[in-house]
Ligand binder design. Sequence first.
Ligand code: SAM
Length: 201
Amino acid sequence: MGSQWGRDSAYTRALREGYRSRAAYKLIEIQDRYHIIREYDNVVDLGAAPGSWLQVTRGLTRGTVLGIDLSPVAPLDGVQTLVADFTDPSLPGQVRLMLGTVNVVLSDAAPRLSGQKSYDQARAIALGEEALAFACRVLKPGGNFLVKTFQGEDFNRFLADIRDHFLSVRTYRSRTTRKGSSEIYIIAKNFVNTHEAEGPL
Ligand SMILES: C[S@@+](CC[C@H](N)C(=O)[O-])C[C@H]1O[C@@H](n2cnc3c(N)ncnc32)[C@H](O)[C@@H]1O
C-alpha cells in the first residue's frame, strides 16, 4: 500500500484542491522544510506551465510572481506570465526591468523526455545549468534558487557549480516523486554575486 503521497492520491488531491498539477505538493513540501520564499519576495518561476507552482507561490508572498514557459499558462489572479524560452540571453535583462529586484528563482523545467535515460539526464542537467545561469543574472545577493534535476553522471558537477554561487546548498527528494525516478531538487540559499556582471538597472 502506497503512502498518502502515492501517485494517484497526489493527483486526485490536486484535482480536489484546485491545483493545476500534482507538482504543487513538491513545492509545498520544500517550502515547509526550507522556507525558500519569504513574505515580500519577488519570485520568478521557470518552466511554469500549467501553473501549480505559481498557484502555491501566489499564496506565499505579497511580492510579484512571474511565470515563464514555452507554453502559455492559463491566466491566474495576481500572476504575470511570459511565453518565452528562458535560455534566451535577452530574457534576464527583460525580467530585471519588469521586476526590479528578484529574490527567488524557481525552476521545475524539464526537457521533453526521449525515454533514453542517460541522454535525458544530460539534457535535464544542461537545462538546470541554464536555469542557474539565469538565476545568477537576475538574483539579488542573498536570494534563493530551487531547481529540479536528475541524479546521474553530471549531477555532482552541477551541484558543485551551484555551490560556487550560494552559501547553503541542499538536495531533496520529494515524497511525491514516482518510484524509480532519479528526480531530485536542489535548494540553494543565500546567493553570492561574485562578478557583479549586470550592474545597476
Ligand atoms: C514539469 S513542467 C512544470 C510544472 C510546473 N512546475 C507546475 O507546477 O505546473 C515543465 C515545464 O518546463 C517547460 N520548459 C522546458 N524547457 C523550457 C525552456 N527552455 N523555457 C521555458 N520553459 C521550458 C515545459 O514547457 C514544461 O511546461
